[in-house]
Design a protein around this ligand. Structure first.
Ligand SMILES: Nc1nc2c(ncn2[C@@H]2O[C@H](COP(=O)(O)OP(=O)(O)OP(=O)(O)O)[C@@H](O)[C@H]2O)c(=O)[nH]1
Ligand SMILES: [Mg+2]
Ligand SMILES: [Zn+2]
Length: 377
């Protein structure tokens, strides 16, 4: 099922470039500094001359880090694992560059990490999952309010959110455009059992103040959703200023134009932060563990009563899930969604296994060749 084509209403937007947000005296506590971070960062700062900061933007080979002294452009050596948006880091002065440049001194262990499987071709598919965002408190699963929502996409978003370790929140955007908002909300709640569903619209302002209050004084939300659902528009509304470029109204044809091209953490004036992301065409799932049980709590509960502990609910005797399906207490579409995610996860596990096997085979090949060349000497 594709997202319905919805006409856009004009939102005034001044022409400003994507922001390297200038902030005179940044207060790191509003973007989550505090709690365990100061001590943790001190512990990874070997020389003790580093400053602490949070990555607001990560590019290939360099990142923009918000420190108490402002934004610093940070680089690292090729051997270092690159930081991602949302990471807490130690920054050392760069002796060869100005004060607004630094060297990465260390990345703190992440409390939560939002990942997607690395799908850059088969050969490298044994690489670890790609981390999209680190240390976020809430994953905003952003979908356009619709009487016929893309249930499968919503389910995947919720699983991804739980899997990251953060708390999911379904944001139903453009609620000003939907005719039967009651149906839209009910359908979304059905697809995201146990998750709070919030209708929102930067056009009318509905839900914006509530979300802002929820993020203050120091929580971080990442916005996850297809292109054109209104993630950047919502970020701007939360900031109260047009800091991010949003999709041109005329350009919208329902296909999505991928206006945002990089992930960016934006600090909110009243405290809290939003991590805006480019629209993901598909929500690719890797190997899913706890996320599935959390996203399908009713199936998880039923599974506890199946005769076999490893019941796959595919026809085994004494299956409580299939019994609930028969007596109508379990929605068949929920089981369908659950099965699809299980299949995706099992596929991912298989791919990882195959890649690991190939990697091992390659290593053995190398060892064999090395041994041969030693013999020839
Ligand atoms: N009517 C209405 N239009 C909205 C709302 N939110 C966003 N829009 C419009 O939807 C279009 C897409 O918004 P963006 O914020 O650029 O979407 P996005 O999710 O950031 O898209 P990508 O950056 O491509 O991932 C813009 O033309 C917005 O003006 C809303 O609540 N109501
Ligand atoms: Mg955007
Ligand atoms: Zn069962």
């Amino acid at each position: 099922m594709s997202e319905p084509v919805i006409p856009e209403r004009a939102i005034p937007r001044p022409a400003i470039p994507p922001a390297e947000h200038p902030s005179s005296t940044p207060d790191l506590s509003t973007v989550g500094y505090g709690g365990p971070w100061p001590a943790l960062l001190d512990s990874i700062d070997a020389d003790g001359d580093g400053v602490h900061g949070r990555v607001v933007r990560a590019d290939r080979g360099a990142a923009t880090v918000l420190t108490a002294a402002g934004h610093v452009r940070v680089t690292w050596t090729p051997a270092t694992a690159p930081p991602v948006t949302g990471d807490w880091v130690v920054v050392h002065p760069d002796p060869h560059a100005g004060p607004d440049h630094g060297l990465l001194g260390g990345v703190a262990t992440r409390t939560t990490s939002m990942t997607r499987p690395n799908t850059h071709g088969q050969r490298s598919s044994n690489e670890a999952d790609q981390v999209l965002a680190a240390n976020v408190d809430i994953v905003g699963v952003v979908v356009v309010a619709s009487e016929e929502p893309n249930v499968r996409r919503l389910e995947r978003g919720v699983v991804m959110a739980y899997e990251s370790g953060a708390q999911p929140l379904v944001l139903l955007t453009k609620v000003d455009l939907v005719e039967r908002r009651d149906i839209a909300i009910a359908k979304a709640e059905q697809a995201a059992i146990g998750v709070e569903v919030t209708p929102i619209s930067p056009v009318t302002g509905e839900g914006v103040e509530e979300l802002r209050a929820r993020l203050a004084p120091d929580r971080t939300i990442v916005l996850l959703g297809a292109s054109g659902v209104g993630k950047s528009t919502l970020t701007n509304a939360l900031v109260g200023e047009e800091v991010l470029v949003t999709q041109d109204v005329r350009a919208v044809d329902g296909k999505g134009r991928h206006t945002t091209t990089h992930r960016e953490l934006v600090a909110l004036p009243g405290g809290g932060a939003v991590l805006d992301t480019p629209g993901l065409r598909t929500l690719g799932l890797g190997v899913v563990e706890d996320g599935m049980a959390a996203a399908f709590p009713e199936i998880e509960e039923l599974a506890g009563s199946c005769r076999f502990g490893d019941c796959r609910h595919d026809g085994e005797p004494g299956c409580a899930v299939l019994a609930a399906l028969d007596d109508g207490t379990l929605d068949p579409d929920r089981l369908e969604g659950w099965r699809r995610i299980r299949a995706a996860s099992e596929n991912a596990a298989l791919r990882a296994d195959t890649a690991a096997y190939r990697q091992t085979a390659r290593s053995w090949g190398r060892i064999y060749r090395d041994a041969q060349s030693l013999k020839r000497r």
